[in-house]
Design a protein around this ligand. Structure first.
Ligand code: SAM
Length: 440
């Protein structure tokens, strides 16, 4: 058996781990959020950044890499082999890893995964890419956006070709690391001072009064007082929900699709003395809400209830007392957060859009009767598709006599016939609409 040095075996490990995390995603069976945590836990601390970069880059450009390799492969390889090939291309094309190291270590990773039969194939494909790069890149240029056809077409239909191209480009950039400061524990300015004292580069967000953009932090747990709840990771677009909901002390608030609890926590940070119910259909994800509230020291068991339930099946969980505010952060296609979850491009199907639109409409219909007259429902998605956003709200307003839209006047995003749309770029892609119940 070939003997490898300790250092080399550690680097080999990381490529094998990345391929193993990627294969179920390529097979359409699991998301990177399902598979990556175990891989990261198995990797050495020094390797975690590379592991993450390999998995994310391979997902981000998987559809383009497939187009690159198409002339070189006679048939589609099984997921684990394809994962190794994508990781190989990610290294030589986008991660600036020297060619010889990328090739030999990807081949060694194949061996480590028991794929000895395909080491020749992997070696040959990567070498041919390096030799015929210009021609192969030109042939595959049509797929450079690396989005599935159905999504490209949907974005073009909604926003036109030019904007769709810009959105796809933005989806392929890494999003910034953005923090929400827990103002129950201190001001944004005082946290900024703490970061500066530790020589961490940070700057205030423009649209969120509690947001900070931070640079060059690989593990947020090392940030000042993070484990005691001084800050949370949350994109600036998501930080706009609590101010828009505008809950006041004493109000009854429902967060209908709450897990993992980012917006629930922000609502509680912004306004003490609320009576809040945080609901999510997934019991496992409800545990995440509880963990987050605990870390942020927001668990007030008398006033904050976390419930695992189907928000649409209101008979099963509603006590009959109306809510003054409802946040419906609806399940959606997540097309606005592709830059943070590039595996969405591999996992989402065109048929998911219609199913998601139906689910969102059912949630809106079921939750509306729970709102007190004069109460406000904030509808939010992290989608870029009109069907889930302005068209959804237009249809709801048309059929719901007691619903009226409250315009959102803001510096961010773009005003739409209903609601406001944020496009992926400075923030994640997001949509908000505010609806008030008339007192009839
Ligand atoms: C966009 S995520 C919510 C993110 C969350 N609001 C936050 O800021 O952290 C949508 C959530 O809706 C939940 N969900 C899906 N269908 C649901 C239903 N019928 N009832 C309640 N929750 C549901 C999913 O489990 C998922 O956690």
């Amino acid at each position: 058996m070939k003997k490898i040095s300790a250092a080399k075996s550690e680097r080999l490990q990381v490529r094998a781990l990345a391929a193993r995390a990627l294969a179920p995603v390529l097979a359409g069976k699991e998301s990177l959020s399902d598979t990556l945590p175990a891989a990261l836990a198995a990797a050495s601390v020094q390797d975690r950044g590379l592991l993450q970069a390999l998995a994310f880059t391979a997902c981000r450009y998987a559809l383009f890499y497939r187009a690159l390799m198409k002339p070189l492969l006679q048939k589609s390889p099984p997921p684990i082999v394809e994962a190794l090939l994508l990781i190989g291309l990610a290294q030589v094309r986008d991660l600036r890893i020297p060619d010889h190291a990328a090739l030999s270590e990807t081949v060694d990773a194949a061996r480590e995964l028991g794929q000895d039969r395909v080491t020749g194939l992997i070696n040959a494909i990567l070498r041919r890419y390096l030799r015929e790069k210009d021609l192969l890149e030109a042939q595959a240029a049509y797929a450079l956006h690396s989005h599935p056809d159905w999504l490209k077409i949907a974005l073009e239909k909604d926003w036109g070709r030019e904007k769709a191209a810009a959105l796809m480009l933005a989806n392929n950039q890494e999003g910034p690391l953005t923090l929400r400061i827990n103002t129950r524990q201190g001001s944004r300015e005082s946290y900024l001072e703490k970061l500066r004292a530790e020589e961490i580069t940070a700057a205030p967000c423009v649209f969120s009064a509690v947001g900070l953009r931070v640079r060059d932090v690989s593990d947020v747990r090392t940030l000042p007082d993070f484990s005691h709840g001084a800050a949370s990771v949350q994109d600036e677009a998501a930080q706009l929900s609590a101010p828009l909901l505008d809950a006041k002390a004493g109000m009854r608030v429902l967060d209908a699709c709450a897990a993992p609890g980012g917006k629930t926590a922000h609502i509680l940070e912004a306004t003490p003395d609320l009576v809040l119910t945080a609901l999510d259909i997934s019991p496992e994800r409800c545990l995440r809400v509880e963990e987050n509230l605990q870390r942020l020291q927001l668990q007030d068991t008398d006033r904050v209830k976390v419930l695992a339930a189907d928000a649409a099946a209101t008979n099963a969980w509603w006590d009959g007392k109306p809510f003054d505010r409802i946040l419906l952060d609806a399940p959606c296609t997540a097309t606005g957060v592709i830059r943070r979850h590039p595996d969405i491009k591999l996992l989402r199907r065109q048929s998911d859009v219609a199913a998601t639109v139906t689910l969102q409409a059912a949630l809106l219909d079921a939750l509306w009767p729970l709102l007190a007259p004069g109460g406000v429902l904030l509808y939010a998605t992290c989608s870029l598709l009109k069907a889930e956003n302005e068209e959804q709200i237009a249809a709801f307003l048309k059929k719901t006599g007691s619903a009226r839209e409250l315009a959102i006047s803001a510096e961010w995003g773009e005003v739409r016939p209903q609601g406001r749309q944020l496009f992926t770029g400075d923030t994640d892609g997001f949509y908000y609409a505010r609806l008030i119940k008339t007192a009839d």
